[in-house]
Every structure is written in structure tokens, then in C-alpha cells.
Design a protein around this ligand. Structure first.
Ligand SMILES: Cc1ncc(COP(=O)(O)O)c(C=O)c1O
Length: 368
């Protein structure tokens, strides 16, 4: 029976929390050719050649007619071997964003809070909003370190902190907190500490070893950046088996498809590809940093595949817009109460040359 309009009230049909938020806005993804795309930290190189072979095999015969393995055991076995952990310490997801969603749903309930540093990955706030919980954002110091107050009880509302998430290396800064400090932090916290290592393969150290030492530490990893598989959607979490068992209850039944499982397994098996890729990205990153500094930018030392920079004279928004007019995309980021800056993904050497040439000419134009 149809409900007459007099029976309807003025509340939105969706939950209040959803109606109230803008939703996460991902970086621009133009689908036409001709862009120098340095805005969403994708890897500029093709993935291991083994990936396309594995995808072709995954598509043979009736394979795609069946549901995939709900736990992606083929990947877990391979990744466990490469990373030196046990397969039951790994949970796979549809990108590491999926793992972050699972973690928030698993640990943070009504009336609870999660804590994150800021500026950092904006999605954390959105996940808290969707869950209807408080996201307690604690500002990094001006050297991108955690302030003492990071471990203090929630001072805003008194809602108990049930989950802490720290991206390491951080985005947008590319800075890294040492594993010893994160272990110490986990020991002080009343809740699990998620170390979001989406960029961990580009850095000097990581927190994987800490997982054996503490059941409070959960590491998340992405195949999007360091394995050049952003188009596939695959990520994973590493934690002690009892933690993985709980997280598995929250995931969708078949959260990773057969093609993604095959591709990610082939990619992580090819560690020679990873090593070569890491050294190319690090070398280009060093060149980009040096050159930006010569142009007068202040550039934070980065342990990731992007750099964060500010300029004392020029408007960041205008530089971003002038580059966009030249079909070069970088990321302009503004954080309330913190200021703004530019985040630039490390592309190929040729792409970075195009970017640097454009920045130089924009700066000359603006000086005239
Ligand atoms: C800090 C951080 N964590 C997680 C992700 C999500 O990565 P993905 O879902 O592609 O694995 C990103 C993506 O940009 C990120 O910057």
C-alpha cells in the first residue's frame, strides 16, 4: 500500500549521519589520455609481466563462473612466504581501504571514538562519519612528529578511544615514525594501533616485525602503490591470528575477486620487480626534491612515492591550477587550521621533467 505524503516526516530517508556528510572525494581520475598524472600516488610503471599472465590464466575456461576463494589463500600463502609471517596472520581486502573499513566496523561502536593524527589520510574521518563515531584528530607537531597529547585520553568528549590509526609513511608528508616509537605507543594505548603502511614498501623501515611482538598492532598494506596495481584493488592486513579471526567476521563474504587474487599473488611473488621499482622511484624522488628546493620550495624529506612541498612566495592553489591548465595533475591539499600545500607523486623521470619544466615557466610568469 502506498504511504501518503501526510504520513511521511521531513527526515531524510538515509541515516542522519550519511545525510550530514559530503562523502569521501577521491583524487581526480581523468579517463582521457594526455595527462601527466601525479595526483594520486599511483606507480608510474607497468606491473610485473607475470601479472597479466596470471590474469589470463584466471580467466580461462569456467574459472570466472565460480565464486573466488573467500580468504584468497593463494595470496596468503605467497605473501606469508615473502613477508616471513604465517598465512593465518593475513586478511585480504578489496584495496587497503576495505581493510580500514573492516577495522573501523570491527572496533569502534556507537558512543566510541577513534584517534588519528592530522594532516593525514582524509578517508579516516569519512569512515568514522559513516560509522557514526567521533574521529578525534590530533595535530602533528611542525616536524611531523606525534605530540605528547596523542596518548592522552580523549579530551574532547570523554568518549573512549577504541582504535588508533597512523599512516606510516604519512600522507601527505611522506614522513616516517620509527617502529620502536610505534611499539611504545601501542603499549600505552588502551586499544589496537593500526599502522597504515600503504606506502611502506618505499620506506627504510616498517612495522611488520612488531606484529609478532604485540597483539595490539595491525599493519595494513596496499598493492596499489608499490606493486603498480591500483586498478586491481587489493590490499591486506597483517596481525596475530586471533585478531584476523575477528576481522574476518566483518568482511564481505567474497571481498576479493578471482582476477585480483591472481594478479596480487603474481605481483608479490616477483620481488625482483619490486626491488627495481623501489630503486627507480627513490632515485627520481631524490631528483625531484633537489630540484624543487632549487626553485625555492620547502620540501619535507619523504619516505614514500610522493613529496609534500610549500612555497614561501607563490599561492599553492595557483600553482596547482596553472599546472592543470598544462594538463599536469598534482594534488592541492588544504587542511582546516593547518594551512595548505602541494603533494606531488613521483612519476617517471620523463614525467618529472615535464612537471619541473612547467613549474619553472609558471614561476617565471608569476615573477613578471
Ligand atoms: C595512507 C593511505 N592508506 C590507504 C590508501 C588506500 O589504498 P588502496 O585502497 O588503493 O589499497 C591510500 C590511498 O591513497 C592512502 O594514501
Amino acid at each position: 500500500m502506498a504511504i501518503s505524503s501526510s504520513q511521511q516526516d521531513s527526515r531524510p530517508l538515509v541515516r542522519q549521519e550519511i545525510a550530514a556528510i559530503a562523502g569521501y572525494i577521491p583524487g581526480e581520475q581523468p579517463q582521457d589520455a594526455g595527462w601527466t598524472k601525479l595526483n594520486t600516488n599511483e606507480n608510474p610503471y607497468s606491473p610485473s609481466v607475470n601479472v597479466s599472465k596470471a590474469i589470463a590464466t584466471a580467466c580461462e575456461g569456467r574459472s570466472l563462473a565460480k565464486y573466488p576463494d573467500p580468504f584468497a589463500n593463494q595470496f596468503r600463502t605467497q605473501a606469508a612466504d615473502v613477508l616471513g609471517v604465517r598465512p593465518d596472520m593475513i586478511l585480504c581486502g578489496n584495496g587497503s581501504d576495505d581493510l580500514l573499513t573492516i577495522l573501523v566496523r570491527c572496533y569502534v561502536g556507537a558512543g566510541d571514538a577513534m584517534r588519528v593524527p592530522t594532516p593525514s589520510y582524509i578517508l579516516y574521518q569519512t569512515l568514522a562519519d559513516i560509522q557514526g563515531v567521533l574521529c578525534d584528530k590530533v595535530a602533528f607537531t611542525d616536524k611531523w612528529l606525534l605530540p605528547e597529547s596523542f596518548t592522552s585520553p580523549n579530551t574532547l568528549t570523554g568518549e573512549p578511544v577504541r582504535l588508533v590509526v597512523i599512516p606510516n609513511p604519512n600522507s601527505p608528508s611522506g614522513t616516517l615514525l620509527p617502529p620502536e616509537q610505534l611499539l611504545e605507543l601501542a603499549e600505552q594505548l588502551p586499544c589496537p594501533l593500526v599502522v597504515d603502511e600503504a606506502y611502506g614498501d618505499f620506506s627504510e623501515s616498517n612495522c611488520l616485525d612488531l606484529v609478532e611482538q604485540s597483539d595490539r598492532i595491525i599493519v595494513t598494506r596496499s598493492m596499489s602503490k608499490s606493486y603498480a596495481l591500483a586498478g586491481i584493488r587489493f590490499g591486506f592486513a597483517v596481525a596475530q591470528p586471533a585478531v584476523i579471526e575477528q576481522l574476518a567476521k566483518v568482511k564481505d563474504s567474497y571481498n576479493c575477486d578471482a582476477i585480483a587474487i591472481a594478479a596480487a599473488t603474481a605481483a608479490i611473488a616477483d620481488q625482483d620487480w619490486l626491488m627495481k621499482n623501489q630503486s627507480s622511484i627513490r632515485a627520481t624522488r631524490a631528483r625531484l626534491v633537489t630540484q624543487l628546493r632549487q626553485f625555492g620550495f620547502s620540501v619535507v624529506d619523504s619516505q614514500a612515492n610522493f613529496v609534500w612541498c610549500t612555497h614561501p612566495e607563490f599561492s599553492h592553489k595557483e600553482i596547482y591550477e596553472s599546472l592543470r591548465e598544462r594538463s599536469i595533475l598534482i594534488r592541492f591539499m588544504a587542511y582546516s587550521g593547518w594551512g595548505d600545500g602541494l603533494r606531488i607523486t613521483v612519476g617517471t623521470d620523463a614525467e618529472i621533467d615535464v612537471l619541473l619544466g612547467a613549474i619553472e615557466s609558471i614561476m617565471q610568469e608569476k615573477k613578471q
